[in-house]
Design a binder for this molecule. Structure first.
Ligand code: FAD
Length: 338
């Protein structure tokens, strides 16, 4: 059982900044995210796009903002459960909550901060009848650790940046890389497309287009796939099949936690962004209230006010005197529990 003061569901920019604000108040945080890496939409959807409306930073790439937020929060040593989706929540007699993920990891905290953005990103799966039988047995929809594929045969399908970039990366690691796409044209960045073509010319990537995977074979693990190209069916032996068709956001299991939901978002009190369940807060893109704007800086503000309220819940009767980090420094910022 992982225990913490504030359990943050969602490691997007809002969740990451919560770690810093909570840390200033000496509250510990643990984050759960369905994605294998932190950063939410910033790292999953647009890491290389510049953002122009972060106060004090005239221009910053979304990927760099994520790096900076991680750096800013690191001193407070947050814990992470990545690649797992928060699935269920149970209230305990002592008022705390137990959140269990789809992989069975249990987390206990008196305060829950849902920073789930547009929801957990679910992989778009190809329509292959038996694909679910091979999940985690050679089929995966994310690449968490490229070393798994060292000296193995890998088939990737998809036509976007993710498929192209991973093919290029794995060309030096895997024994054989095949890219299959249902069109001859790719949607990814031009330089990634050119790199794939170069690697094809020197025999480091096999390219099969326009084509699609229609069947998977193997007893306990993927051993081969059937690829349909025009009228022909090609039998291709492989150790791994990785469809990278993008991710679609879904509010998912959080929608069944008894929270008041409006238009696929969680209703909150703007006093401190608490939901209809005391002790559960919703901050960032996942919440809704009159005048709500889905912007990173709004998530930062909501996280800050939420942490003040969480402090009061966890330290009843203790007076908190607000100071500035410029005055107290980070380490000296003890939240002045009096
Ligand atoms: P998210 O970034 O969506 O992160 C939520 C995280 O929660 C995700 O990682 C998700 O996997 C996880 N999660 C959800 N449910 C679960 C669950 N049950 N279990 C585990 N994990 C879960 N905003 C700006 O301010 N300026 C801009 O210039 C700007 N440009 C943008 C450009 C694009 C192309 C897009 C798509 C958005 C842009 N935005 C911009 C919006 C901005 O990205 C969002 O406001 C911001 O990401 C919200 O942060 P968040 O942390 O609340 O949620």
């Amino acid at each position: 059982m992982i225990q913490t003061d504030i359990l943050i569901i969602g490691a997007g920019p809002t969740g990451l900044f919560t770690v810093f604000e909570a840390g200033l108040l000496k509250l510990r945080c643990h984050l759960i995210d369905a994605l294998p890496q932190p950063g939410g939409q910033c790292s999953e959807l647009y890491p290389k796009k510049p953002i122009y409306d972060i106060p004090g930073l005239p221009e910053i790439l979304a990927g760099d903002l994520t790096k900076n937020l991680l750096e800013q929060g690191k001193q407070f040593q947050p814990g992470f459960t990545l690649g797992e989706r928060a699935e269920t929540i149970e209230k305990q007699e002592d008022g705390s909550f137990i959140v269990t993920t789809n992989k069975g990891t249990k987390h206990q905290a008196p305060i829950i901060a849902i920073a789930g953005g547009l929801g957990s990103f679910e992989p778009r799966k190809p329509l292959i009848e038996n694909i679910t039988n091979y999940e985690d047995k050679g089929v995966s929809y994310f690449i968490k650790d490229p070393e798994v594929y060292r000296n193995k045969r890998v088939v990737i399908s998809g036509g976007g940046d993710s498929a192209l970039d991973w093919c290029v990366f794995l060309a030096d690691i895997a024994s054989e890389v095949t890219l299959i796409h249902r069109r001859n044209e790719f949607r990814g960045a031009l330089d990634s497309v050119e790199r794939v073509q170069e690697l094809k010319l020197i025999g480091k990537i096999n390219l099969i287009t326009p084509a699609e995977v229609v069947d998977i074979h193997g007893d306990d693990h993927v051993e081969a796939i059937t690829v349909k190209k025009g009228d022909k069916n090609i039998h291709l032996e492989t150790d791994y099949f990785i469809p990278l068709f993008g991710l679609s956001p879904k509010l998912g299991p959080i929608g069944d936690w008894g929270l008041e939901i409006e238009k696929n978002a969680i209703k909150v009190d703007t006093l401190d962004y608490q939901t209809n369940i005391p002790g559960i807060f919703a901050i960032g893109d996942v919440n809704t209230y009159e005048g709500k704007l889905k912007l990173i800086l709004c998530g930062f503000h909501e996280a800050t006010l939420m942490c003040q309220s969480a402090y009061k819940i966890l330290n009843p009767g203790k007076k908190f005197v607000l100071k500035y980090t410029t005055v107290s420094g980070i380490n000296g910022f003890d939240g002045s529990r009096k």
